[in-house]
Design a protein around this ligand. Structure first.
Ligand code: PLP
Length: 389
């Protein structure tokens, strides 16, 4: 039997054992969490326990967690003009996004297209804070969305610095922490985040659950995302996905407890992988290596002459699952908007391959990846594409 190496954790992570156990238990729960009888109350207890676990992962109060069907949906809930605070009821007039956000943020949520403005990043992949300050100066109630770590490069964004600028301008900041959660610290207060998005399946929960977390109760959405019953504080109607939410909670608790050890494990393997990659192909570029803070698990690399689609298929045939840039855009062969925003030359934008590790990745996975890479690079160099194997 071919033992495969799954190195595409930024696309989705395998479910943690704790999450599988929580799902299995929740499947036997018959009640509707809105019902007042014992069965309903049991279902409600599962949800509220998960709310506490998810809140703890980001240092928030459980009552400020809104469960959604995905990270995408949480972003959609967050990005709306209709956010009120204790002293400000006027709608947000403009939404500012970094140019490297995930598609679910770039779509702008419930803002009209003309009210959305993109902010540049530096060639090192980090938001240009001067451009942020200039763009929102004199802007009434700006809403800014900045991811904590990029899904393609793993580059960590200067969220706390951006939050200080946004707050000084009287605005609010939303942080998409989907890729960062469980890998680096995500405390909302330390980050200065007003709103924060999580996705269960990236931290070892099930696909189809996410959450939007408010840093304080006073941040109020005056428009629900889904109208109907009063679930999730009236913001997101529909009977809750109890099993998915229970697994989300269990995964959040495990991710929180294991974070430091898992991060150290992933970064050791990631460094081994990058050292091996550069030893066999020194002319390869590993984006963000040694220049900026990155997630401990992510390597995005490119080599002139390599097409990402070809490389991903070649790796797959060797039993290694990797991805070409963002998984959500695989299938459509488009240059990476993230690398384009960083000013990376176009041929490299099309050729970038993302390798992302996780808590149960092994040295054998790294070795398998490197063997497949040497084979691919040597085949291409024999074809006269100028690559040293
Ligand atoms: N935000 C980021 C940074 C992501 O990487 C993803 C998924 O890849 C999402 C949001 C969307 O999350 P979900 O798959 O739960 O919709």
């Amino acid at each position: 039997m071919c033992v495969r190496s799954y190195l595409d954790w930024n696309a989705t992570a395998p479910m943690r054992e704790e999450a599988k156990a929580a799902i299995a238990a929740a499947l036997s729960c018959v009640g509707n969490p809105s019902s007042v009888h014992a069965e309903g109350r049991a279902a409600r207890t599962l949800i509220e326990a998960a709310r506490e676990q998810v809140a703890a992962l980001v240092g928030a109060q459980p009552g400020n967690v809104v469960f959604t069907a995905s990270g995408t949906e949480a972003n959609m809930l967050a990005l709306t003009p209709a956010i009120e605070t204790a002293d400000e009821k006027r709608p947000h007039s403009r939404l500012f996004l970094s140019a490297i956000e995930h598609a679910s943020v770039r779509a702008g949520g419930r803002f009209p297209r003309e009210a959305i403005e993109e902010l540049p990043v530096h060639p090192d992949g980090r938001l240009d804070l001067t451009a942020l300050a200039t763009a929102i100066a004199n802007m009434p109630r700006p809403l800014v969305s900045l991811m904590l770590a990029n899904n393609e490069t793993g580059i960590v964004q200067p969220v706390a610095e951006a939050a200080a600028i946004v707050h000084a301008a009287g605005g609010l900041i939303h942080v998409d922490a989907v890729q960062a959660a469980g890998r680096i610290a995500c405390d909302m207060t330390t980050l200065g985040a007003d709103l924060l998005t999580l996705s269960a399946h990236k931290i070892g929960g099930a696909k189809g659950a996410g959450g939007l977390i408010r840093v304080r109760e006073g941040i109020h959405f005056s428009e629900p995302l889904v109208r109907g019953g009063g679930q999730e504080r009236g913001l997101r109607a529909g009977t809750e996905n109890i099993a998915g939410i229970a697994a989300f909670g269990a995964a959040a608790a495990a991710a929180r407890a294991g974070r430091d050890g898992e991060a150290a494990h992933m970064s050791r393997l990631r460094n081994q992988l990058e050292a091996g990659l550069l030893a066999s192909t020194p002319e390869a570029t590993v984006f963000g290596r040694d220049t900026v803070e990155r997630l401990p698990n992510t390597t995005l690399f490119a080599l002139a002459g390599i097409k990402a689609e070809t490389a991903v298929i070649a790796f797959d045939l060797e039993g290694v699952a990797v991805s070409s840039g963002a998984a959500c855009s695989s299938g459509k062969v488009q240059p990476s908007h993230v690398l384009a925003a960083m000013g990376v030359p176009r041929p490299l934008q099309r050729g970038a391959v993302r390798v992302s590790l996780g808590w149960n990745s092994t040295e054998a996975d790294v070795e398998k990846f490197l063997a497949a890479w040497r084979k691919l690079a040597s085949a291409l160099s024999k074809e006269g594409q100028g690559i040293a194997a």
